[in-house]
Design a protein around this ligand. Structure first.
Ligand code: ARG
Length: 466
């Protein structure tokens, strides 16, 4: 047997620097389980179709079991000269059951093999991520439920705009992570396709049974075009894009937690167990977890761009460039899982400073729109009402007071229609609870949104089998 499976047509040994340069084993060894799974099913199919003999198939299956055990016990030797996980497993099999091992690669190529492995691996990873996202979404619903009495300023342009329920703000993140959940779960459809049997690129002359391998590997369907099947990495690009969007959401909440925990805001306090100190400034408590999540967003974006760039302009079908797909893929899976996990653990422990949030809603004229709305209620056209309210704000600024602190007589300077009922109208809670339009921040609405989310989470938990 020659040293490399393909070295029959070569007259020189591969240079060791080339072996090191082309090897992907350190990265793709994590595909071992899915590679063995793919090989086992392929082997059974070959026997079923009488392409190889039953006894050979039995030997191969037994040998694959031994390889798996060796890897899992940490006894397996990985070596750059064997390039990748596929060749490592094949070589190890050959060392164990010389004769039959060489029949396993009939009617397939590493090109369809690697696509099978990464699809199986990603399918499992996405299912784990979906399970994690369910737990994270539940955390946001729980926070919303627990803090229905908390009001904070809603911001636009990072300027205080209008008061909103803290619960409404948490449910905004619930919506974002729900969309992420939907994107990942929709992407599963495109991952769940069996390329096995496409061989190098053109299919094979052997009488293989692709329906059988599709079923046995748990794929939803077989790929329809062998050229596409070995050159398609859309399912990875889609996953990396969805992960990028999910990280945008993490990065945004991280930014908010960082701001909110600053001395300037003091809206929240991060739990001591999720913060770190400074080696020089004893008073400091740093928001390292949200900062790192915000920072890790960069590498997830980078991974997406890396794969897009690798795939761009590649002629059909397989090209070795595509071996570079795994590092970004695995890095994003690991990073995303770590971020979801840490947020699921940290968020329930964040201390909500209700007093500070409320205080921030009562200064800064957040009720100026209310005054205009009040006047509209008294029959004044909105534009005119807006202008009256603007004048009142300007007057109040001059007096160093808030609108609600002006006397009724002072208020009447801006409109004769203003009565003492205005002051209830300008109250923070009343302002929030009047925003009953669908999707608005009124307590009543938010309670409905929470109930709907709980229902949704229940059906998704059972529906997806997660
Ligand atoms: N290690 C390779 C990869 O990850 C497997 C496919 C190799 N195919 C080939 N024709 N060299 O892409």
């Amino acid at each position: 047997m020659s040293e490399k499976p393909w070295d029959g047509r070569f007259s020189e040994k591969t240079d060791t620097s080339v072996e090191a340069f082309t090897s992907s084993i350190q990265v793709d060894k994590r595909l071992y389980l899915h590679d063995i799974q793919g090989s086992a099913v392929h082997c059974k199919m070959l026997a079923k179709q009488s392409i190889i003999q039953e006894e050979d198939a039995d030997d191969i299956l037994e040998g694959l079991g031994k390889v798996r055990m060796e890897i899992e016990r940490g006894e397996f030797h990985f070596d750059d000269s064997l390039e990748d996980i596929h060749m490592h497993i094949e070589r190890s099999l050959a060392d164990k059951i010389t004769k039959a091992a060489h029949k396993l690669h009939t009617a397939r190529s590493r090109n369809d093999q690697v696509a099978v492995d990464t699809r199986l691996y990603l399918k499992d990873s996405v299912k784990e991520i979906l399970g994690q996202l369910l737990a994270l979404r539940q955390v946001f619903v729980d926070l919303a439920k627990q803090h229905l009495d908390v009001i904070l300023p809603g911001y636009t342009h990072l300027q205080r705009a209008q008061p909103v329920l803290f619960s409404h703000h948490m449910m905004a993140y619930y919506e974002m992570f729900t969309r992420d959940f939907e994107r990942f779960s929709d992407g599963l459809k495109r991952i769940d396709v069996n390329p096995l049997g496409s061989a190098a690129l053109a299919g094979t002359t052997y009488p293989i049974d692709r329906d059988y391998t599709t079923r046995e590997l748990g794929f939803a369907k077989a790929s329809a075009n062998s050229i596409d099947a070995v050159s398609d990495r859309d399912y990875m690009m889609e996953f990396l894009s969805a992960a990028g969007i999910c990280m945008v959401h993490f990065s945004r909440i991280s930014e908010e937690l960082i701001l909110w925990s600053s001395a300037e805001f003091q809206f929240i306090e991060l739990p001591d167990s999720f913060a770190t100190g400074s080696s020089i400034m004893p008073q400091k408590k740093n928001p390292d977890v949200p900062e790192l999540v915000r920072g890790k967003t960069g590498r997830v974006f980078g991974n997406m761009i890396a794969l897009f760039t690798i795939m761009k302009s590649l002629p059909l079908a397989y090209n070795r460039d595509m071996q570079e797909d795994k590092e970004p893929l695995f890095d994003t899976i690991d990073t995303l899982k770590a971020c979801i996990d840490i947020y699921t653990k940290m968020m329930p422990k964040v201390v909500i400073r209700k007093d500070r949030m409320l205080e921030a809603t009562t200064t800064g004229y957040l009720n100026a729109t209310e005054l205009a709305d009040y006047l509209v209620g008294k029959g004044i056209p909105f534009r005119e009402a807006h202008s009256c309210s603007g004048k009142a704000v300007s007057y109040a600024i001059g007096k160093g007071k808030e609108l609600q602190d002006l006397e009724l007589d002072e208020m009447k300077l801006f409109s004769k229609r203003i009565e003492s009922d205005l002051f209830d109208f300008l109250g923070t809670r009343a302002m929030v609870d009047r925003r009953k339009s669908f999707g608005g921040t009124a307590t009543e609405n938010v309670k409905h949104a929470i109930a709907a989310a709980e229902e949704q989470l229940k059906t998704e938990t059972t529906g997806t089998g997660i």
